[in-house]
Design a protein around this ligand. Sequence first.
Ligand SMILES: Cc1cc2nc3c(=O)[nH]c(=O)nc-3n(C[C@H](O)[C@H](O)[C@H](O)COP(=O)(O)O)c2cc1C
Length: 258
Amino acid sequence: MIIYFSGTGNSAAIARAINIHFDAAIVALEGDLLLHPETNPLSCDDNIIIWVTPVYSWGLPPVVVNFMKQCHITNAGSARHHLVVTCGDDTGMTATQWRKLMAGREWSAASATSIIMPNTYVLMKGFDTDSPEVEKQKLTAAPEQVDRAIARIESVCNDDEMLRGSFPRIKSYVIYPWFIRHAMSPKPFHATDACISCGKCARNCPMLNITMSATGRPEWSDACALCLRCYHRCPTHAIAYGTATKGKHQYPGPTKQI
Ligand SMILES: Cc1cc2nc3c(=O)[nH]c(=O)nc-3n(C[C@H](O)[C@H](O)[C@H](O)COP(=O)(O)O)c2cc1C
């Protein structure tokens, strides 16, 4: 079974590419399943479970952490669990965080592998999407990384092959907790006058966190994963995050199968 969370399509594309090989059940963490894992049990007949997720601030997205802690999956205790993360640059100690979560569930954590994909984080000064050239380079290199992740899962590896980057402990043990506490608020999200009230942001939000107001503009409630699907998929680039997104670009997601 492959279980994935994806904001802007990178992790979804990687999950699908891996599944061309495994032809397993594939589950997207979205909507009610993501919001209420405890009341949505998953039935798994496989002896491997592959978790695919983006890296958020050198750790796992909090919604994925919550899912891993709360979910009910039949046979999860006898399956071998693997982690495949997608990241724009580096992962810090994300694999260690995942191993602790798996240990907390008494689940067997096998391989952890990272795959570089185009960057999606645009909400702070100095952070923007990759240039079209870098985006293309990363997408061109992705299939080889998918093959590597598959080979590691197949060969029953129990180790990490993660691009941890520089100062991984500071990034994951100092910046990650700070980020979760102070930099994940949806409050700065708003629609600019470019909004055409199409409602795509509300329809597509994996957290069901966006509603269209009486004025035809989207409004964000508190249950935001900060996945940025609303921002990147807006057809008129009308979604802003305070002033942090001024002059920033959108990432359309992988347009072809990886
Ligand atoms: C809130 C947020 C935080 C991120 N933090 C990191 C990070 O710490 N390291 C990194 O390399 N990429 C980071 N990224 C980039 C994503 O991990 C990367 O683009 C990923 O492939 C996006 O996957 P998705 O399209 O499935 O959502 C971040 C993206 C977001 C939205």
